[in-house]
Design a binder for this molecule. Structure first.
Ligand code: SF4
Length: 292
């Protein structure tokens, strides 16, 4: 924490002393929202909702981010470790199928500490929901504490990763992270009600004008892990409403059905199973509202 290496950015800032790096997160938990969430994959949201805790700040800050309110500015309510544990237990009490730690990466080591204390009282799975830009060391600190990994795999092309997330080495780190996540939790398992209990689900959001990169991502994943070991969530929910003002023109439009279906067919041809989304998913309504 004296020289932060919690994610591949390696900012080396002293977060113990309150310094901030690329993610903007200091030495305390800042949470944008913590409530039941019904818009995750069906095996995560189930019928009673996922206990989603949205952490503020982000180590990717994509130009099209749909959670900009809390990814660009570290705003929200501050929580102590004990308050966070109480919130997790409260969500469990409310009937949440799981505790879903969203954009947890800049807090991963703090979270490991909290989970070590909370695990004995939590009887529902812990979901680590992230952008995929992780270090192996941080992931190892979560080994045995996280039940379900829900990472994105956003880009294969380094130029795209640089242009949209200022992370040209994104694919390199995400590939290693995916293999480590799979080593820890394995293939997705569901209970008798089709609710996830353990395993890996990889999300990929298809972007307008970039279906070839989407295909490269899928091909790459199938080369580093057997396709039948990975549950794929192929997302169609891109909406231009969130694109930065100066974002490239192609991000200012919706995805076409042709683009999405072309990528979906390619995923099926590689042997992936998992989740796809309807055209209606590309709506602002499915984005959580954050109270600053
Ligand atoms: S967690 Fe934040 S401060 Fe630490 S290396 Fe990553 S971006 Fe930098």
């Amino acid at each position: 924490m004296k020289k932060c290496l919690m994610c591949p950015r390696g900012c080396l800032v002293d977060r113990e002393a309150g310094e901030r790096g690329f993610c903007g997160v200091s030495n305390e938990f800042v949470i944008g929202s913590a409530d039941l969430h019904f818009w995750e994959e069906p095996c995560i949201s189930g019928t009673r909702g996922s206990g989603a805790i949205f952490f503020s700040g982000c180590n990717l800050r994509c130009v099209f981010c749909q959670n900009k309110d809390i990814s660009r500015e570290v705003v929200g309510k501050k929580y102590s470790e004990d308050e966070l544990i109480s919130k997790m237990l409260e969500l469990q009490e409310m009937g949440a199928h799981n505790i879903n730690l969203v954009t947890a990466t800049p807090y991963s080591l703090f979270i490991a500490h909290v989970l070590e204390k909370a695990k004995k009282d939590l009887h529902i799975p812990i979901v680590y929901n992230c952008g995929g830009y992780e270090t192996i060391d941080s992931l190892r600190s979560l080994d045995g504490l996280v039940d379900i990994y829900l990472p994105d795999f956003k880009y294969y092309d380094e130029n795209l990763a640089k242009k949209y997330s200022s992370a040209p080495n994104y694919a390199e780190f995400s590939s290693k992270a995916l293999v480590e996540m799979h080593r820890q939790v394995g293939k997705l398992t569901l209970d008798e009600k089709q609710i996830a209990t353990q395993g890996l689900i990889v999300r990929h959001l298809v972007l307008p004008s970039h279906r070839e990169d989407s295909k490269a991502v899928l091909k790459h994943i199938s080369e580093i892990l057997p396709a039948n070991e990975v549950t794929l969530s192929l997302m169609r929910q891109y909406t231009p409403d969130f694109a930065d003002e100066n974002a490239p023109k192609n991000l200012k439009r919706r995805l076409t059905s042709f683009e999405y279906e072309d990528v979906l067919n390619f995923a099926l041809s590689l042997g992936f199973d998992g989740f796809s989304q309807d055209k209606e998913s590309a709506k602002r309504d499915f984005t959580p509202k954050f109270n600053k």
